[in-house]
Design a protein around this ligand. Sequence first.
Ligand code: SAM
Length: 263
Amino acid sequence: MTTTEHRPAMTAGRIAAVVYGTVAYVVFLLVFSWAIAFVEDVRVTIGDTALVPRTIDHGGPTVPAAVALLVNVVLLTLFAAQHSVMARAGFKRWWTRIVPAPVERSTYVLAASLCLAVLMWWWCPITAELWTVSGAVSGILVVISLAGWLLVLTSTFLIDHFDLFGLRQVVANARGRPAPTYRFVTPLWYGIVRHPIYLGFLIGFWVTPTMTVGHLVFAVATTGFVLVGIQLEERDLIRTFGDDYRSYRRRVPMLLPGAHRRT
Ligand SMILES: C[S@@+](CC[C@H](N)C(=O)[O-])C[C@H]1O[C@@H](n2cnc3c(N)ncnc32)[C@H](O)[C@@H]1O
């Protein structure tokens, strides 16, 4: 094969990777926005069309609570399994023998977004209320909850938003450049807690004016998942960054700002 025969195929592959990465990113943005409406219990409609017909507490089939619980646990398990497996360094090494390395992250983002979409699409609300507040307190809780989502979004930019969601990798590949170097950084929120993205999610999930049984199941399950995920993520980070990360762990608390530092 001559060089001139080889080049168009490479170029087509690189363009396809950029298109794929862009689609994965757009799907992520849509599903992330949907997730905010879902957890905040906002049914979004345009005219007669319901964009978010089902939320954590509204819509969905009328089924016995035990059936709803079973369905929700299966959905949460599917979501947790996808994240726990695909986010691990060992899986990535194996996976990139099958999937081209430049689109590995985009594939992860797409799979994670689709699992979350499946969870929200089939979620069965269990609406018995555990607590509910109204008036100014309700408004304050909604603001705190939205601040959690903002913490998630801003933290992705502090690490490297476009790297985290796979776009930097496909663009570097299209330019014929090596994959971007994976850096350990600790700016702003990362100087206060080690996991501001997960903290933001926990705030978004737990702080609510109305806590139903279904919402509590979601919050407890995702909290457990986050706590286990942190252990696995930090094991990978220590393998990659060694003493830099160990020292960071001693200096900065995991999730609670100001919590007792490890010595
Ligand atoms: C979904 S992000 C969550 C990051 C962090 N756990 C948080 O809650 O803000 C997961 C990715 O961030 C990376 N990561 C975690 N902490 C990092 C840091 N301080 N600097 C760079 N990358 C980091 C992990 O290696 C992993 O690939």
